[in-house]
Structure formats: C-alpha cells, structure tokens
Design a protein around this ligand. Structure first.
Ligand code: SF4
Length: 174
C-alpha cells in the first residue's frame, strides 16, 4: 500500500538539514511509529526482520532514541552523514513528514509542520498546493483509511506544538 507513496521533500534537501531524526527527549512524541504491516511489507524483509528487533522499538511502538550529546537520535540515524540506516524501509511517518497525522479529541487530522525549512521555502507555492491536494486524495483511499484504523498510534496528540502546525484537512476514517 505504501509503495507508491510520494514524498514531498526531496531526499537531497533532507540530507542538508539538521532538524529531523533528532529529539529533545528519549520519549519524544516525534519519534516515528512502525506499523506491524510496515515491517512485513518493507522492501527488504530479511534486513527489516533483523533491524526491527524489540530492542529498537519502545513500549509505545515508536523507534527508540539513543542518547547523543544534549539530546537523542533515532536509533537508525547516522549523524556522520545525516543518513537513515533503513531509508528504503523507513516508516510511513518518516515519508510523510513534514506532514503529520494528528488527533484532536476523536478526530483525525492532517497537519503540516511549519518548522521544516522546505515548507518555509515552498509555502503556498503551486508545488505545495498540488501536493496538499495529493495528500487529501490519498487519505480518502479506502486502504489508507483501513491502515490508519488498524494503527491508531499513528495519530499523535500534537496539541503542545499547535503554534508550529498548520491544519491541512480533517481525515475521515469511516
Ligand atoms: S527511521 Fe530514518 S528517517 Fe525515520 S526518524 Fe529514523 S533515521 Fe530518520
């Protein structure tokens, strides 16, 4: 299902940024969640079985963070060259960022994170508008809504970060 998902930020831009994959706290809500079927459907199943062992997944289903300097890094992040050690099997949340799946009470919502430099550069551009529409159509697909329903952990409470976010659309799961 996720094979055809189109990421907004080009990986060449991500490689130059020092924002993502780093966290202030070990239990940060910004750590990505890994859905069970993502592990099974990942592009490199044998490698993924090995790397997604229980020691790298916290009790909340998110990837564990490793202490580094004054903060924490995603277990799979290589700070020497800014790369992801499981790039071809990275979780959906990593592909989706700077768009975020949130919840407001019982409602599922899609936000965009305004701190992302690429968003600041592309804000309200034609590319942004087209991609935003692509996402709204994507989250209307039955199989995508089923995926979200089976993985409610993907919907994170970002209320503490609301000033950094812009509401893109509500997501209807039924
Ligand atoms: S899985 Fe990869 S892309 Fe996702 S947070 Fe970790 S290092 Fe970054």
């Amino acid at each position: 299902m996720l094979k055809d998902f189109k990421q907004f930020v080009p990986s060449s831009v991500c490689l130059k940024c020092d924002g993502c994959c780093r966290f202030k706290e070990a239990d940060s809500r910004w750590r990505p969640y890994i859905a069970e079927n993502e592990k099974k459907e990942a592009a490199l199943p044998s490698v993924v079985d090995k790397v997604f062992g229980s020691h790298v997944i916290s009790s909340d289903g998110k990837i564990a963070a490793t202490h580094c300097g004054e903060g924490f890094l995603c277990h799979f992040f290589n700070s020497k060259d800014n790369t992801c050690g499981i790039y071809h099997a990275r979780p959906f949340e990593c592909q989706l960022y700077p768009f975020l799946l949130g919840k407001e009470g019982a409602k599922a919502v899609l936000y965009v994170h305004l701190n992302c430099p690429f968003i600041q550069e592309q804000w309200n551009s034609q590319i942004y508008k087209e991609y935003s529409q692509y996402l709204q159509d994507y989250f209307r697909k039955k199989e995508v809504r089923e995926f979200l329903k089976h993985n409610p952990m993907l919907l994170t409470d970002y209320s503490a970060f609301r000033p950094e976010l812009d509401h893109v659309c509500d997501i209807v799961l039924e």
